[in-house]
Design a protein. Structure first.
Length: 109
């Protein structure tokens, strides 16, 4: 699976990793939710919450998914981080605009 750097700011939210699992990964692997949950060692309910994009991919779940899919946890964690960062940044936009960046002072004595 190829990766690329996402340029900010995005005008739309990054895809939740649960959507990628639901729409692309599990169908390509021929896995049902029940079979994927069994192989991951989690409950179907837990996996359903992720696939419904209502719960995040945790570090533990990223390790499990990365092992199942064969691409490691990094991609899944970065997808979740990008999704969370965008969503929270939208909510804090007006507060963030009020913050003036600090300047580095290089005073020498």
């Amino acid at each position: 699976m190829a990766e690329f750097e996402v340029k900010r700011p995005l005008s739309r939210p990054p895809v939740h990793p649960g959507e990628v699992l639901r729409e692309d990964v599990f169908p390509a692997l021929g896995l049902s939710v029940s079979e994927a949950a069994r192989r991951l060692g989690v409950s179907r309910q837990q996996l359903h919450r992720i696939l419904a994009c209502s719960h995040p991919i945790t570090v533990e779940m990223a390790l499990r998914i990365g092992k199942l899919v064969g691409n490691g946890p990094g991609l899944w964690l970065r997808m979740q981080q990008n999704h969370d960062l965008w969503r929270i940044e939208q909510g804090l936009r007006s507060d963030l605009e009020k913050i003036t960046p600090a300047e580095i002072h290089t005073d020498t004595v």
